[in-house]
Design a protein around this ligand. Structure first.
Ligand code: ZN
Length: 463
C-alpha cells in the first residue's frame, strides 16, 4: 500500500529523489550496530539541496509523518535507525566542500560530505581538520555534528562541537535557518548552533556546515608506555601536559585485558612493550617544530622513566613507527575477530576515579559471569572509558549487562555516553546521567522546535 506522504513527496520531488518504502535497500535500515525494529518505511528521500530537504520536511510535517535523517550510518546506538512509518532523509548526495577560507581558517561543506574528504580538503590548503575516527571514510560531517562525535584528539582540539562555527538547518516545519557564521567571536545572543550539535536529528536537520580549521601539524611524536598502576597513569597525564607545552594530542590508555589481546599471536601486531605490566598508555604530541618537539618529547619520556612513573617506554623513531603504535590502540576495531561478538560501552567517569571504577566493574561482572572476557581502554585524557565484553557463548544478555554497568556509572557519577550518543540503545538509562530537571528542560526545547514530534521520535527520549 502506498502511503499518502509518499504520493505527495513523489509529486513534489520526483522519481530521482523519492524512493518508495518497499524499494529501499537494506543498508538504510540500521547503523553499524542496531537494525531497525521496523521495516515499515513510507519513503526514502535523497535530496540534492537544502531546498529539497526543506520541501520534503514540509510535506512530512503536513502529514504528521516522522522524519529520520541519515548520514553515513556508522553510528553505534541506533540514532539513525528507521522508526515505524517514517520517511528517511539520506544526505548521501549532498556532498562537497564549498569553500576553504584561508584567512578565516574555515571550511564550508554540505552535510553529507564524508569526514575524510573534509580532512583532505583542509590538508590541500595546508590546514588541518582535527576530528578523526575509525569511520572517517564512511561517516558524514552532518552526522558527526548531529552526534557531537569525539575520537582520539579531543584532548587537544575538543569535541566536534568545538570545531563547528556555523550551521544551516531545516526545522521541523521545513523552515531553513541559515547561520553560516565564520566568526570565532560572535556574542549576538545565545548560541543557537549548539542546540543542534549532539541533538541526534531530534531538533532539526543539518544541511550545511562551517568548520574551524587548525594549522597543519609539522611534527608528530608518540610513545607507548608501560606503568604499574592507574594512579601513575594520572600522574603521567599531568606530567605530559605540563612538559609538552600544549602539544599533547592523544592520551590513550589500555588495561592489561586489552593488552593481552595485543600480545597474542592472532593480533597480527607486534607488542611494542612486554605484556605483564599493570597499565599501558599511548602518548602522542603534534607540534610545529620537528627538532624542538622531538627533544621535548624525549625529555618528557626520560623524566617519566627516571622518576619510575613509567617502567618501560618505546618511542616511535619514524612516521611508520608512529603508525605501528597506533595499530595497537586501533585493535579495538578488530574485537569481532579477537574477542568475539562483544557488547560495547562508551562511558565517562571522572579521571581520578577511573582506575577504581574499572576494578569495581570487572569485579561485579565476574561475580555474575566468572568467565567474562573484558577489554577496558579509553581516551582517558577526556575521562572517556570504553569497555567491550563477552560474558557467555552466543547472544549476550544485553539488558542484564546494561543494568550492571550503567548502575555502576550512576553510582560513580559518570555518563552512559561520552561520545557515541544515546539513540535507541541507551534511552532507558538517560536518567542515570541527566537530572529530572535537565530532561524536563530538554523536552521543553524539543516541544518548542518540534511541536508535532516528527523529528526522529523515540530517540534520546522515550516518547
Ligand atoms: Zn572512542
Amino acid at each position: 500500500m502506498t502511503a499518502p506522504v509518499f504520493t505527495a513527496l513523489h509529486q513534489a520531488l520526483g522519481d530521482d529523489i523519492v524512493v518508495a518504502g518497499d524499494a529501499i535497500e537494506g543498508r538504510y535500515l540500521g547503523d553499524w550496530v542496531v537494525r531497525a525494529e521496523t521495516t515499515r518505511v513510507a519513503a526514502l528521500v535523497r535530496p540534492r539541496s537544502t531546498e529539497d530537504v526543506s520541501a520534503a520536511v514540509r510535506i512530512c510535517h503536513a502529514h504528521g509523518v516522522p522524519v529520520v535523517a541519515q548520514g553515513g550510518l556508522t553510528g553505534l546506538v541506533g540514532g539513525a535507525a528507521p522508526v515505524d512509518g517514517c520517511v528517511l532523509v539520506s544526505f548521501e548526495r549532498m556532498t562537497g566542500v564549498e569553500e576553504v577560507d584561508r584567512a578565516a581558517s574555515t571550511l564550508t561543506a554540505q552535510a553529507g560530505t564524508p569526514l575524510q574528504v573534509i580532512q583532505d580538503a583542509a590538508a590541500a590548503e595546508g590546514l588541518f581538520f582535527p576530528l578523526d575516527l575509525g569511520a572517517r571514510g564512511s561517516c558524514q560531517i552532518g552526522g558527526n555534528i548531529a552526534t557531537n562525535a569525539g575520537g582520539n584528539r579531543v584532548i587537544r582540539y575538543g569535541m566536534t562541537r568545538d570545531l563547528v562555527l556555523g550551521l544551516e538547518v531545516v526545522l521541523a516545519d521545513g523552515t531553513i535557518v541559515t547561520s553560516l557564521n565564520k566568526l570565532i567571536k560572535n556574542n549576538a545572543g545565545p548560541d543557537l548552533r549548539q542546540l543542534f550539535v549532539g541533538s541526534e536529528g531530534t531538533l532539526g536537520l543539518i544541511t550545511r556546515v562551517v568548520l574551524r580549521l587548525h594549522p597543519q601539524p609539522r611534527s608528530q611524536a608518540a610513545a607507548l608506555c608501560a606503568l604499574e598502576r592507574y594512579e601513575q597513569v594520572v600522574a603521567l597525564l599531568a606530567h605530559a601536559r605540563a612538559s609538552l607545552g600544549g602539544t599533547l594530542s592523544a592520551f590513550e590508555v589500555l588495561w592489561p585485558d586489552f593488552y593481552a589481546l595485543v600480545a597474542q599471536p592472532e593480533s597480527g601486531v607486534a607488542p611494542p612493550v612486554a605484556a605483564g605490566a599493570g597499565m599501558y598508555a599511548l602518548v602522542e604530541a603534534l607540534g610545529a617544530d620537528a627538532v624542538a618537539d622531538r627533544a621535548a618529547f624525549e625529555r618528557m619520556l626520560a623524566g617519566a622513566l627516571d622518576t619510575g612513573l613509567v617502567t618501560e617506554g618505546v618511542m616511535a623513531q619514524s612516521p611508520s613507527e608512529v603508525r605501528d603504535l597506533w595499530r595497537v590502540r586501533d585493535l579495538s576495531g578488530e574485537f569481532p575477530r579477537l574477542l568475539g561478538a562483544s557488547v560495547g560501552y562508551d562511558l565517562g567517569i571522572p579521571i581520578g576515579d577511573i582506575g577504581r571504577f574499572v576494578d569495581a566493574c570487572g569485579r561485579a561482572l565476574r561475580e555474575r559471569w566468572p568467565a567474562a572476557k573484558t577489554a577496558f581502554f579509553g581516551h582517558i585524557g577526556d575521562s572517556n572509558l570504553h569497555l567491550n565484553l563477552v560474558v557467555q557463548d552466543g547472544a549476550q544478555p544485553q539488558a542484564e549487562l546494561d543494568a550492571i554497568v550503567y548502575g555502576l556509572v550512576r553510582e560513580w557519577r559518570g555518563t552512559i555516553s561520552a561520545e557515541h550518543g544515546i539513540g535507541l540503545l541507551k534511552r532507558p538509562y538517560l536518567g542515570h546521567t541527566r537530572t529530572a530537571e535537565e530532561i524536563v528542560l530538554f523536552r521543553a526545547i524539543k516541544h518548542a522546535l518540534d511541536p508535532k514530534g516528527i523529528l526522529n521520535p523515540g530517540k534520546i527520549l522515550e516518547e
